[in-house]
Design a protein around this ligand. Structure first.
Ligand SMILES: [Fe+2]
Ligand SMILES: [Fe+2]
Length: 264
């Protein structure tokens, strides 16, 4: 089976790039996952935007630290497991941290949203929590895909190695910068430290430079604005042996809309 994963959609430029990419390519894939934590002008996601992305052929939207930014999404998170928040938040927070859905061929696919703790909010241990969850999920489903939303490369690589042979695919999100270390680990788990972001490449990780640089110069709070133009699609294209739940191929996608021939 073929799985498409697209990295953090940042605002309207990100949604435009996603739509353009899916219109051209979605029929090549059996299952599509998108990280949507920045789709509402960089901060969070709304029900309307989630519905829109799902209507374009996305199967599951994963989250991260920004999934909570728009309060209106809390009620949506509670009623739909097509959109996930990180699994290892404390008990009682809204929403679901994982889901099991069928791909186009009827294969069951588990998707887990997980968040790191290094340089991030101190939540429950992602390693222990995901290990326990995988034990349960494996009884029902061989294909297990994990979006590890984390800042530190070491924490991400550690989780990949820790889950080698237990998960089908472990990919990183959150830094918005794609890493070039896509590989298949020794026990058959597909891995990449970060799949990157989808949005404008004119600014700083999706935001206007003029709104970010003053933050570093002054240390004062700034109002961040979405960058525009020069949109890029970042993600991975993954092939999976569905009989054994192992990854057989993982390729990076890092293309401008011009390269994709989507816009003149
Ligand atoms: Fe993000
Ligand atoms: Fe994030």
């Amino acid at each position: 089976m073929k799985v498409l994963v697209i990295g953090d959609i940042v605002g309207n430029p990100g949604r435009k790039a996603l739509k353009g990419y899916l219109d051209k390519n979605k029929n090549n894939y059996d299952f599509i996952i998108v990280n949507g934590e920045n789709s509402a002008a960089g901060f969070g996601i709304t029900g309307k935007l989630a519905d829109e992305m799902l209507s374009w052929g996305v199967d599951v939207i994963t989250g991260g630290n920004h999934i909570w930014d728009k309060k209106e999404i809390y009620e949506y998170l509670d009623r739909s497991d097509r959109i996930l928040r990180p699994y290892n938040y404390p008990n009682g927070v809204p929403g679901f941290g994982y889901t099991i859905k069928k791909d186009k061929k009827g294969n069951k696919v588990a998707v887990i949203s997980l968040q790191g703790r290094v340089f991030m909010t101190p939540i429950d241990c992602p390693f222990t929590k995901v290990n326990e969850l995988i034990e349960e999920v494996r009884k029902e489903c061989k294909i297990i895909i994990i979006d590890f939303h984390a800042e530190a490369t070491s924490e991400k690589i550690a989780l990949g190695k820790y889950l080698d042979g237990k998960a089908t695919l472990v990919y990183g999100t959150h830094t918005h910068i794609q890493t070039a270390d896509n590989k298949i680990l020794s026990e058959g788990t597909g891995y990449i430290t970060d799949i990157g972001m989808t949005g404008s490449d004119n600014g700083i990780i999706g935001m206007k430079s003029e709104s970010i640089i003053p933050k570093f110069l002054t240390s004062l709070p700034q109002r961040f604005e979405i960058a525009e133009g020069n949109e890029r699609v970042n993600g991975i294209s993954v092939e999976i042996d569905e009989e054994v739940g192992e990854c057989t191929r993982i390729d990076r996608i890092n293309l401008s809309l011009l390269e994709l021939g989507i816009f003149e």
